[in-house]
Write a protein that binds this ligand. Sequence first.
Ligand code: NHF
Length: 495
Amino acid sequence: MGKSGKSKKKKLKVLIAASECAPFVKVGGLADVVGSLPKALEKINVDVRVVIPYYKEVQSSKFKVQSCNSKFKVKFGRAEEVGVYESRLPGSEVPIYFLENQKYLSGGGVYFSKDAFVSSQEEIRRFAFFSKAVVEFIKVSERKPDVVHCNDWHTGLVPGLIKSSKLGHSATVFTIHNLANQGFAELSILKNLNSITPESELIRWDAEDDNLDLMLQGVTAADVVSTVSPSYAKEILTPEFGEGLHQVLKAREARLFGILNGIDYQIWNPEMDQKIEFNYGLKEGPAGKVGNKIYLQKELGLTVNPEVPLIGVVTRLAEQKGIDILLEALKGILAFGAQLVILGVGDPKIEKELRIKNEELREKGSFKAIIRFDEELAHRIYAASDLFLMPSKFEPCGLVQIIAMRYGALPIVRETGGLKDTVEDAKTGFVFREYSAEALLEVVERAAGRFGVENIEFRQMISRAMQADFSWERSAGEYLQLYQRALEYKNLQSA
Ligand code: NHF
């Protein structure tokens, strides 16, 4: 880490390690969190920095990424050289470091696996290497973080590696963004980690079933563990949501916390958003959205009619997101006279089914699936939609329902995880409980029945949703407390 200001002595020094960070590289919601939480922490006087791999995808010139003229070695089987690059999170002074190594970090895409929940060994090697590189990076840095904040299985080895190295200085926090993807490494990886030492009892224990679960490593080795909503923090203690780790998590319950994600209201602001056709705010309410709706209906070849409810879906196409019940309910939803737009990429099976639906329903002018990653179109969908559907089977936090609220598109969500913690039924959106196409149809019927730009109740709901505060400022203070807790626990242990 480079030298920084003079009067920063008392600031808590935090290093956030993750696999993604928006806007440099984004695959999912994790990138949004890692790209925006540090900015809110900076505002409350935390000296925070971020470290991610230097993927080929990072647009170096756009983001003015510069070499730090610093290199170090990582022993991963053979010794590998890692280069350090640096930029700032846009709109802030937060430094972000990129670790470069052609063999493990900087070739190919971000993730290698098609299935979002099963990672290939190549991908696992990449992030095991990254985890080691993060620890070596700290060792060679002048500035030692008080707290290292790790995120998901990609950085799951960091807490254990910190403990077994001489880095007694740093406490560790491990945040679970999605327990469904744990990163199971073949045991052959151990020879690259050089970590089977008396200190790594946890590794021996985990390896007994012939693999190393990198999520489990993070959960067990970190000083404190968190996840991205209070409800999900409770749910993962049960067999239904615990993905095989509920007992381990239960054992760590006293150190497990749920902190709700926020969104960056500088980016997600319909009054200023350059990516939408017609800007609007609370004052205009639903009337301000009509122009955007007509624009999107034309753009996507839907029947142009502001009088019908337009339902948006912006999602990763994965089983978790409830696409199966959505497809089952699709004809019924359209039969209510609604229009439905889905934007997303993911599971090739779901992509294929959506393409078939596009063909089948082409004539109707009420359905369109757009199968690609398109951030700009996503903004236009939030601005145009009256309702926003998120029927997830489980949802650690979910960000799009929060964005939808800000854009006055009332979310229709299942009562689970962060969806339950952010949407209030009949106040800021519509909530349903049972995971079934029938229950989904029922709630969509209820929501579509309320729709009407002139409908006073609908307008009130939109006004409440647009004013709901899920800013990072709210949650950053809780993270600061979490970091302080991690330090206390660490000091207790080393006392
Ligand atoms: O919001 C960022 C995101 C969550 O629910 C989301 C998920 C992945 O599944 O924390 O991570």
